[in-house]
Design a protein around this ligand. Structure first.
Ligand code: GAL
Length: 444
């Protein structure tokens, strides 16, 4: 079955946190970068050779679901180019999403020793961290030769673009505002449905507590996970417009609703697995699988992960208070200037953007494809719902996953929420968030 997903301009702009004005700036090739991106010495990616040598790929995909999905892309590559040695330089852990990988990546990029290609979130993370400093090759010729302008929504390409040229190839769209729950634990505690609001969450949490079951999985060994949960509480408390306003300057970070959201988080932390400061993001899913915690607010890579662990006793719902909203992010790959195996990278990008590649990768990853011509029969019930929701819901950008704001703010935000997890001190934390937002200079 073929599905045509028409994304409105508004949806796509909101997906990556860009306002119409910013998009117009991009489209009109305006906006002076600190340092202008220059075409690589070799010019645009053209018809490639490849077929020998290496292909080094950076990602932080080391968990169940992630590994299988990445391998599905590698398998297609290996069949086409059996003599190329794929160097899978995946690195887990660190602060925020992919913190360890991003640290190594930064060193390599700054040292003019880039990996051949690397996982990067579409939007601010791609553009601000890599494109405007002039470290990526434009991919407009590749988009042309692969006819991607016909199959990726125009506005999605626009968001992958800087000064009118695309700089990466989106492999997916993930939803980050999902509540995953253990059905067996819900039955044990007499919770008959997933909580639709934070009030319902706390009512369910009390029932679970009466059975000595922590309600909420948290993994805050490194900064990041609590920030993910908090962006969901912010969305629930402020609504989509108020939430977007945090990143375009129209909602102030000292707003009483932000205080309210911090207090909700503080209360929720009291229902978390008590050891959460020593649990890592990569291990937290096992608490759900083992029936030790009842709920987790996390992105839909969790769907891929739980399936890979052959765990079936789970359900899902929008995170409390976020029904009708799709908090989105997109993983992509690009071509760094000076990539050692440039022809092999171009072949890699072709597979990332192909229908076969996307329909092999996404069913395992838990995400939905970026392309509009996916074969829906390959996707599970969760994903079919997500594809439908993406068409009908309001779209908001995730901050922890690179879409809403530049990386320096994301890092500050994750670190501040890590303090919140440790000290549960909303006043101090809100002051620090205001400072981080001032430093990031979100303009109205
Ligand atoms: C996100 C990334 C997803 C998934 C997740 C957890 O930032 O976009 O693809 O990998 O982190 O690792």
């Amino acid at each position: 079955m073929e599905s045509k997903r028409a994304l409105s301009r508004r949806q796509i702009l909101k997906l990556l946190g860009l306002g119409t004005a910013q998009a117009a700036v991009l489209a009109a090739c305006g906006g002076a970068p600190a340092q202008q991106a220059q075409p690589a010495a070799g010019g645009q990616p053209a018809a490639s050779g490849g077929g020998s040598g290496k292909l080094e790929i950076f990602s932080w995909w080391t968990s169940g679901g992630e590994v299988e999905a990445l391998n599905a892309l590698y398998d297609i590559y290996k069949k086409k180019y059996p003599s190329v040695e794929i160097v899978n330089a995946a690195l887990a852990g660190g602060a925020g999403a992919g913190g360890n990988m991003k640290a190594v990546l930064k060193t390599r990029m700054l040292g003019n020793d880039p990996p051949d290609s690397f996982q990067v979130h579409l939007g601010h993370e791609l553009i601000d961290s890599h494109v405007t400093p002039g470290r990526m090759e434009p991919l407009d010729e590749l988009y042309g030769s692969e006819k991607w302008n016909d199959v990726f929504p125009k506005q999605l390409i626009e968001i992958a673009s800087y000064q009118g040229k695309p700089y990466s190839v989106p492999v997916n769209i993930h939803r980050s505002n999902v509540l995953w729950y253990h059905k067996g634990l819900f039955s044990q505690a007499g919770v008959d449905k997933p909580p639709a609001t934070w009030d319902e969450f706390f009512a369910a949490a009390d029932k679970l507590k009466a059975k000595n079951i922590p309600a909420l999985a948290i993994a805050e060994k490194d900064p990041g996970f609590t920030g993910h949960v908090f962006e969901n509480i912010l969305l629930a408390t402020l609504g989509p417009d108020g939430y977007r306003g945090l990143y375009n300057g129209t909602t102030k970070w000292d707003d009483p609703k932000v205080t309210e959201a911090l207090n909700t988080l503080k209360k929720a932390l009291d229902y978390a697995n008590p050891n959460y400061l020593s649990v890592s993001w990569g291990d937290v899913n096992d608490l759900i699988v083992a029936g030790k915690v009842a709920m987790m607010i996390m992105g839909d890579w969790t769907n891929g992960l739980l399936k890979s662990k052959k765990f079936n006793d789970y359900g899902w719902a929008p995170a409390p208070g976020t029904s009708g909203v799709f908090m989105a992010l997109s993983d992509s790959f690009g071509l760094p200037k000076g990539a050692k195996d440039r022809d092999n990278v171009i072949n890699w990008l072709k597979i990332c953007g192909s229908k076969d590649g996307q329909d092999a990768f996404n069913p395992l990853k838990g995400s939905i494809p970026g392309r509009t011509d996916a074969d829906l029969s390959k996707y599970d019930d969760y994903q079919k719902g997500a594809i439908a929701d993406f068409k009908s819901n309001q779209i908001t950008p995730s901050v922890v996953h690179g879409a809403a704001a530049k990386e320096s703010f994301m890092t500050d935000y994750a670190n501040v929420l890590n303090i919140m997890a440790a000290k549960k001190n909303p006043d101090e934390v809100q002051t620090k968030l205001v400072q981080a937002a001032t430093d990031a200079n979100f303009a109205a």
